[in-house]
Design a protein around this ligand. Structure first.
Ligand SMILES: Cc1cc2nc3c(=O)[nH]c(=O)nc-3n(C[C@H](O)[C@H](O)[C@H](O)COP(=O)(O)OP(=O)(O)OC[C@H]3O[C@@H](n4cnc5c(N)ncnc54)[C@H](O)[C@@H]3O)c2cc1C
Length: 322
């Protein structure tokens, strides 16, 4: 057993951002181990080209008619065979809903558990997970004879840190799967409403939270965003209330963003919000509570009333532009 195998997820032939982040984590882990990093894609080989443009030793395309649609049983059966053949010491996944569904069962086949939702990898290696809503970090070290299974939290590694490469060999892997092994009948995958706003590409984001109190007040923060030429985003309660559309929500059940500047206005910094924005280069927080958790990830903080700070800031930015 040696090396790292990253099992990525593809939709319609292209890799999602969390898969690219998991691949970046796999590359980092392989470097720490002085070992090779390979990648595998299940069901549809279309993403193999994109994968082989990264610094990976090998790309496995795991193909079978019974893998055309996702089922936990099919994926466990196929990946058990691949892991046995490729014999990696570490298997890395993005922490997606699909991975949560099948990866623990896969790990169990090897007498292992899934070290899930990992936010950092230290030398050793040890894998960092957050406990108690992010209040504690715990280090997990692999144990046992089997490979170590790890899933990576969205936003914890930077997709733009991925090393490019060209020498990867693409190998097709055909697992033996019997229809009788698959106990569920997949229907059409759930399709989310088309997103009209892609916050993930915005260089500057001003984000508003419940501190804004009422829908009419959102205009104050919109004015600040306009002055900065920024996209307006929000925490979940703002979108749940219908004050801004759902596609402007940042966080674990919203978009993952990594702008150059993220300005959080009246946002407490709950873990579900932080996972969506902690990849931002610079974070500025405005909050009247000096103990708000958002200040732990902020590079600059203003402890103050947003109803005083935001209009003054907007005015100062507008004045500086003239
Ligand atoms: C499964 C699940 C998924 C979730 N997904 C997401 C998600 O994707 N995104 C997300 O954001 N949340 C998500 N949440 C909700 C999350 O747990 C928090 O409840 C939410 O992020 C809190 O939003 P907030 O910071 O705007 O509100 P609050 O936590 O109420 O914070 C408001 C902040 O405003 C400050 N404030 C109040 N008045 C002022 C003022 N006048 N001036 C300055 N500051 C002021 C307060 O000090 C406080 O810190 C999820 C929760 C669950 C359980």
């Amino acid at each position: 057993m040696s090396g790292v195998l990253v099992v990525v997820e593809q939709r319609g032939g292209s890799l999602g951002r969390t898969s690219l982040e998991a691949l970046a984590a796999g590359q980092q882990l392989a470097k720490q181990l002085g070992a090779e990093c390979s990648a595998a894609v299940v069901g549809d080989a279309a993403a193999a080209g994109e994968l082989s443009s990264k610094a990976v030793a090998k790309v496995y395309t795991v193909e079978h008619a019974l893998l055309a649609q996702y089922t936990a049983d099919g994926y466990v059966a196929a990946l058990e065979q691949l892991v046995k053949q490729a014999a990696p010491a570490y298997v890395v996944f993005p922490h997606t809903y699909q991975v949560r569904d099948f990866a623990p069962a896969l790990a169990t086949r090897f007498g292992q558990v899934l070290i899930s939702d990992v936010v950092a990898i230290h030398d050793g290696p040890s894998f960092v997970r957050q406990l108690f809503q992010g209040k504690l970090n715990a280090d997990y070290r692999p144990s046992g004879a089997g490979p170590c299974f790890v899933s990576i939290q969205a936003g914890s590694f930077r997709a733009d840190a991925l090393e490019a490469g060209s020498g990867a060999t693409v190998e097709s892997f055909a697992p033996a799967i019997d229809a009788a092994q698959i106990r569920t009948k997949p229907s059409e995958p759930f399709r989310e409403a088309a997103q009209t706003i892609d916050l993930s590409a915005a260089p500057v984001i001003v984000s508003v939270g419940r501190g804004i109190r009422e829908q009419e007040n959102v205009a104050l923060v919109q004015a600040l965003a306009d002055a900065l030429g920024a996209e307006l985003a929000a925490s979940r309660p703002i979108c749940d209330a219908g004050w801004l559309p759902m596609e402007r929500q940042v966080g674990s059940s919203g978009q993952t963003v990594s702008p150059k500047l993220y300005l959080a206005v009246g946002i407490s910094g709950a873990i579900q919000h932080l996972v969506g924005m902690k990849g931002s280069k610079t974070v500025i927080a405005i909050n009247k509570d000096e103990n708000a958790p958002i200040f732990e990830v902020a590079d600059y903080g203003v402890v103050g009333d947003l109803f005083e700070v935001v209009p003054a800031l907007t005015e100062a930015i507008q004045a500086a532009k003239h």
